[in-house]
Structure formats: structure tokens, C-alpha cells
Design a protein around this ligand. Structure first.
Ligand SMILES: NC(=O)c1ccc[n+]([C@@H]2O[C@H](COP(=O)([O-])OP(=O)(O)OC[C@H]3O[C@@H](n4cnc5c(N)ncnc54)[C@H](OP(=O)(O)O)[C@@H]3O)[C@@H](O)[C@H]2O)c1
Length: 313
């Protein structure tokens, strides 16, 4: 079987297609035939070595986290999935391996694919939707009438955050690039700012929550835009911000992995049309290396890049 892997941390030139043999799934694990995999910034950040303290130095390392496919085999103790189930999910980031014909993951990392969604659409859900769910609902505690500002409301995480906040009755403002303005407006955002003009949205103020998906909003600036009792949620972590997040009640960090427990609810929300993935580009697995390099360079249309795999005979 083929997968995308690398033998040392570095740029796109380190990726190649390698042969590997997947073992049988262990206890609590499931082997899934991958039908579609979505490209997240996390995939190239892992390959660059941004998280090497957590991922270790054993190579080769496989790439790819979010995917959708069909259950091929289940390990002992897995009771809620059977061979043939259509599922979507995400790998443990320390293991990755979703840019491949098949992948082994814990059953807890999977949910049943909503029938209304294609494999490609379902593959776009896990990391961005889990992150948005944790940030907007768990960390910020958004509900009807809340005012939230989403810095970077046009990316995958930002767009799901907008959809969730609006579905829960919140008033949403946000920032994006000029080219994204029309699509963001159609999503129902009340006030849209260009993210190159932070002074403009800082003046808007009085928010119950700020969600920075880009990591470009200064923490001090974000805090001045909040009501007393409001919360600043950040997902782009630096060591300094990590420390601050541990001790502040008003500044909180959110991680995708905190949202694994929400995967079934995310499947339900997507099936009901509350979460709507946006796909910018489909690429067959034969073009995977160039598609990944282009996604990483920013030379891509808005929306997720999705890798597609042939239907097995
Ligand atoms: N803590 C966690 O667990 C966690 C989870 C998921 C994501 N993240 C991080 O959150 C960030 C957003 O993730 P995402 O999946 O939403 O990314 P994405 O879909 O690629 O969206 C990124 C958005 O950033 C804006 N942008 C601003 N400057 C840009 C530039 N120079 N190049 C490309 N886009 C630029 C773009 O908005 P316009 O198109 O409007 O310009 C784009 O829509 C990433 O840094 C990711 O690593 C963290």
C-alpha cells in the first residue's frame, strides 16, 4: 500500500510516496479504507517539525490526519462499528497516516458519516469542526444573544465557528481577506472587517468572546475588545501564550483533540446542514505531492484541498 511519508523534518521536498504494510488493528482500533482525506495546516506543520517535542524522532513518519472512508477491519473490544460502515475521523497527530489507501485509528477517533455528506465533505470536518466546537461552545460558552468576534472567519476553522455561533443564536462579527468578503457575508456575519486593519475592529468592542483563528491578534488588544467577563480564545499556541492560558480566566487555549468527544454531535450538525464544509480543490492521490505543496504555499483556491482515492474493486 502507498502513503505519503518523510524521513526527516523539513519543507515540501521531504515528502515522498512510500510503500508500507498496515498491520491488523489492535484492541480498540479500526482499519479504514480511505476514500477522501482533507489537508490541514497541521499536516505540513508536523512535517516541518513544529511539534517535534511531541512527535519524537522516529522516521519515516506518515502524513495526513483527517479522512473519511469505509471500515475494513475492527480490533477486539470495538462494539459500535462493523466492517462496511461509512465513517469519518482523524488520526492521533503523533501517528498521522491518513494520506494513504488505508489507516488504523482508535475507534474513539471515528464517527459514522452522515448519509447526506460525500466522503470528501465528511473528510473536511474533524480537525476544523472539533476546534471550532471547543472554542465557540466549550471555551467561549456562546449562546443566544452573545456577541463574538472571529479573527480569520473565512478559513476552515473560522467558517465552522461562524456557522456554530449563528446556529446558537449569537451575533457574529469577523475579519477576513478582501477576496473572502462576499462568501463571508453570505454566511450571515453582521460586521465584516479587513484583517489588515486591526484598529477598525478593535473600535467595535463590547464582545462576549473573541476567537482568534489566525494567531495575529495581540492578546492585549483582544482583551480590550471584551466585555467584563468576556473570553479570548486562541488556537495558535506559543510557549508564552501556553503559560498565559494556564493562569488566565479570560484568555483560553483550545485544541482540536479536546473535541474528539464531539465527533458524533458534529456528524449530526453536518447532517442537519448546520455545519457546511467548503472544498476548494479535489486532487487524486496520484497528484498528492503537488497538491500538498500548493496547499502549503497558499497557491490554492479558498476552501479545503481534498485528496481522493479510487473506489476499491
Ligand atoms: N489548536 C489547534 O488544535 C488547531 C486546530 C486547527 C487549526 N489550528 C491552526 O489554526 C489556523 C487556521 O487553520 P485553518 O484550518 O482554518 O486554516 P485555513 O483553512 O487554511 O484558513 C486560513 C485562513 O487564514 C487566512 N490567511 C491570513 N493570512 C494568510 C496567508 N498568508 N496564507 C493563507 N491564509 C491566510 C485566510 O483568509 P482569507 O482567505 O480571507 O485571506 C484563510 O482563510 C492554522 O494556523 C492552524 O494550524 C490550530
Amino acid at each position: 500500500m502507498q502513503r505519503v511519508q518523510y524521513d526527516r523534518h523539513g519543507g515540501p521536498e521531504e515528502m515522498y510516496i512510500g510503500e508500507f504494510a498496515l498491520p491488523e488493528p489492535g484492541s480498540g482500533e479500526v482499519r479504514v479504507t480511505v476514500r477522501a482525506a482533507a489537508v490541514n495546516p497541521l499536516d505540513w506543520k508536523l512535517r516541518q517539525g513544529v511539534m517535534k517535542m511531541l512527535t519524537g524522532r522516529r522516521f519515516p513518519k506518515a502524513m495526513g490526519t483527517d479522512f473519511a472512508g469505509v471500515v475494513e477491519a475492527v480490533g477486539g473490544g470495538v462494539t459500535d462499528l462493523v466492517v462496511g460502515d461509512e465513517v469519518f475521523g482523524t488520526t492521533d497527530f503523533r501517528r498521522s497516516g491518513a494520506f494513504a489507501g488505508a489507516v488504523i485509528v482508535s475507534a474513539a477517533n471515528l464517527a459514522k458519516k452522515p448519509a447526506k455528506l460525500s466522503f470528501s465533505e465528511a473528510a473536511c470536518l474533524p480537525i476544523p469542526a472539533m476546534t471550532a466546537w471547543v472554542a465557540v461552545l466549550d471555551r467561549a460558552g456562546i449562546d443566544a444573544g452573545s456577541r463574538i468576534f472571529i479573527n480569520g472567519c473565512s478559513g476552515a476553522v473560522g467558517a465552522f465557528a461562524v456557522q456554530l455561533a449563528i446556529a446558537h443564536g449569537a451575533h457574529v462579527s469577523g475579519s477576513c481577506g478582501k477576496a473572502s468578503r462576499e462568501s463571508v457575508k453570505a454566511a450571515g456575519i453582521e460586521a465584516i472587517f479587513d484583517y489588515s486593519d486591526p484598529d477598525a475592529y478593535a473600535r467595535d468592542g463590547n464582545f462576549d468572546a473573541i476567537f482568534d483563528t489566525l494567531g495575529t491578534l495581540g492578546v492585549g488588544q483582544g482583551l480590550t475588545m471584551l466585555n467584563p467577563g468576556g473570553v479570548f480564545v486562541d488556537i495558535n499556541v506559543t510557549p508564552g501564550r501556553m503559560l498565559r492560558g494556564m493562569f488566565s480566566r479570560r484568555y483560553k487555549l483550545a485544541f482540536a483533540s479536546m473535541g474528539l468527544k464531539h465527533l458524533p454531535a458534529i456528524a449530526h450538525a453536518a447532517g442537519e446542514g448546520q455545519l457546511r464544509p467548503s472544498i476548494g480543490r479535489y486532487a487524486p492521490f496520484t497528484k498528492v505531492l503537488s497538491a500538498l505543496a500548493e496547499a502549503e504555499s497558499g497557491d490554492r483556491p479558498a476552501g479545503r484541498t481534498v485528496l481522493t482515492f479510487p473506489v476499491p474493486a
